[in-house]
Design a protein around this ligand. Structure first.
Ligand code: GDP
Ligand code: MG
Length: 358
């Protein structure tokens, strides 16, 4: 899973990236924006994997991970082209974390203005809508040219219908993520990776003092249906560089129950509607990330395409059950070891073993 950290210049994207990845990349007030994204892979803390690993004592324990891509400020220049490398990079991410500055800084106010968080979000969404309109319009022009030359396949017609619907929606100043397209149309335009189709998580980068009280903007965002979280970026970055015991003491003082990394990764799961299932054994205990509502055969395909192709049954039991009864043998005796078919909807915390034949 790839999450793009985006936001206005100097809102603290790299500072938060540092906090999430325990790195120490330079952050400063005056340097021009970097030309490339910083990329970091973060292991998703999951107590359940830790405990399963204690039980099975496997050779390898593999947690889920999230890639964070820290992009230089975008939409700062109006020369930004829809096909630019940065845009392409951002669009390859599944979701956005929009970093907004709420810590006070007069100099940054003067250089970059001091819009409220909500105004900044609106400005970003506006730019996304405009950029998506350009992409949709250009593609529609090409399709029409094709029609004139006699290229009018059913597939292109589906795409055209989808793009017209999208364009109309964008012209009403609405994000594509709020538009429900019929599945075949959604599939026809998926490749465009429209900006405004991606879910957004709001991260308010707050001063250490400001962290003590919730920013009023948090309530505004949640009222509008956005997931939003307050992060004392600079402080959390310092914490991320300490050893866990030391960090724990400081966190207690600040009234922070879990690290920025753990809070943000959890929010990314919520934002994208993700859950985890596990595979266990002597060789490996491992977490797999799937979308809520995924069936057993598609979950098996996450592990390996052969497992989906030759799927027979999923042997399944719950994390809670194995923790309560201590071994698979006991689970079998209690009848808690199930066999599930292709259509079974995998639940968060399920432990699966796929029987297959290819
Ligand atoms: N006081 C304070 N300063 C911060 C915080 N986060 C970032 N800064 C400062 O803001 C400037 C820009 O930060 P940076 O992370 O490079 O912003 P980016 O351009 O969004 O990547 C730097 O001088 C940081 O030290 C914060 O939480 N509190
Ligand atoms: Mg930066």
């Amino acid at each position: 899973m790839k999450i793009a950290l985006i936001g206005p210049p100097k809102s603290g994207k790299t500072t938060i990236f540092n906090a999430l990845t325990s790195q120490n990349l330079e952050t400063d007030k005056y340097s021009p924006p970097a030309s490339d994204a910083n990329i970091g892979i973060v292991q998703v803390t999951d107590e359940r994997i830790t405990r399963l690993s204690e039980l099975y004592k496997p050779k390898k324990t593999i947690y889920a991970n999230i890639e964070f891509h820290d992009f230089p400020g975008i939409f700062a220049q109006h020369s930004d082209e829809p096909e630019s490398a940065i845009f392409t990079g951002i669009k390859s991410c599944e979701a956005f974390a929009l970093v907004l500055r709420t810590f006070a800084d007069d100099e940054l106010d003067q250089l970059y203005g001091n819009k409220s968080p909500l105004q900044t979000l609106n400005a970003f969404e506006q730019e996304m809508i405009l950029s998506d309109m350009v992409v949709a319009e250009r593609r529609l022009e090409k399709i029409e040219l094709g029609y004139k030359r006699g290229v009018k396949t059913p597939a292109v017609q589906i795409e055209e219908r989808a793009l017209r619907r999208i364009l109309e929606h964008l012209q009403e100043n609405k994000c594509i993520r709020d538009l429900a397209l019929p599945p075949e149309e959604e599939k026809a335009v998926r490749g465009f990776q429209f900006f405004s189709s991606k879910p957004i998580l709001i991260l308010l980068n707050t001063s250490e003092e400001g962290y003590q009280s919730p920013d009023p903007a948090l309530a505004e965002f949640s009222e509008k249906g956005y997931l939003a979280e307050q992060i004392a970026g600079k402080f959390e970055h310092e914490l991320s560089l300490l050893d866990p015991d030391e960090a724990g003491m400081f966190m207690e003082d600040m009234g922070i129950t879990s690290s920025a990394k753990d809070r943000v990764t959890m929010l990314c799961y919520r934002l994208l509607g993700l859950i985890s299932f596990f595979t266990v054994g002597e060789d490996e205990v491992r977490a797999w990330t799937i979308t809520q509502g995924t069936n057993a055969v598609n979950a098996a395909g996450k592990i390996h395409s052969d497992l989906a192709r030759g799927f027979i049954r999923a042997e399944c039991f719950g994390y809670e059950a194995i923790m309560e009864h201590g071994s698979e043998k006991h689970l079998k005796e209690k009848g808690l070891f199930r066999l599930e078919g292709k259509e079974y909807i995998v639940q968060d915390g399920d432990i699966l073993s796929i029987r297959f034949n290819v």
